[in-house]
Design a protein around this ligand. Structure first.
Ligand SMILES: [Zn+2]
Length: 182
């Protein structure tokens, strides 16, 4: 996006692209609640809600609604964009043998990865809201998690910003413990 786009428009675009990525990474045809937090601040406090998503592919449409404040909308015209994470062709998909409940903060760091491939991005964006209403559930095969860990480690190694590097290291540690379990 060009640098001179107003902040509000930039935030709105970012908001919509996050929703499109989550809705296309997760299953279509049925509603589910993603780990994506609402961006609104009613009364200047962050809304505690998350986005419930419902995607149909024919016709292509994404409905979203905040579970707390009720903010909602419908997104169209996202198909075949760079944010459309649906699989383009049938591919071998490993059975999600690992299911981990991680702090929402960890998933926020993972959503911000820059070097990750589409499979990793898909893993992160299909994170569901856990039953506690705050944590996130990540589910994938062991290989997928190991690849994701590789990306997190590589990005932490190259990160010049010490604060972000620390956050990436935290995410790595949080995931590693799960993947290492026998
Ligand atoms: Zn909300």
């Amino acid at each position: 996006m060009p640098a001179d786009v107003p902040v509000a428009a930039r935030r709105m675009a970012e908001h919509l692209t996050l929703i499109v990525r989550a809705a296309t990474a997760g299953e279509g045809g049925q509603p589910w609640v993603s780990a994506l937090p609402c961006r609104r601040r009613p009364g200047r406090r962050p809304c505690p809600g998350h986005f419930a998503l419902f995607r149909t592919d024919d016709p292509p449409s994404i409905e979203w609604r905040c579970t707390a404040c009720g903010d909602d909308g419908v997104i169209r015209g996202w198909e075949e964009s760079v944010f459309d994470l649906r699989r383009r062709r049938p591919e071998l998909v490993s059975i999600p043998s690992i299911r981990m409940v991680v702090p929402a903060e960890v998933v926020a760091i993972l959503r911000d990865l820059r070097l990750v491939d589409t499979a990793g991005e898909r893993l992160v964006f299909r994170a569901r809201l856990a039953d506690d209403g705050d944590s996130a559930v990540l589910a994938a095969g062991e290989d997928d998690f190991e690849e994701l860990l590789g990306y997190v480690a590589a990005e932490a190694n190259h990160e010049k910003d010490r604060r972000r590097q620390k956050r990436l290291d935290q995410a790595f540690e949080a995931l590693k413990d799960f993947v290492d379990q026998p």
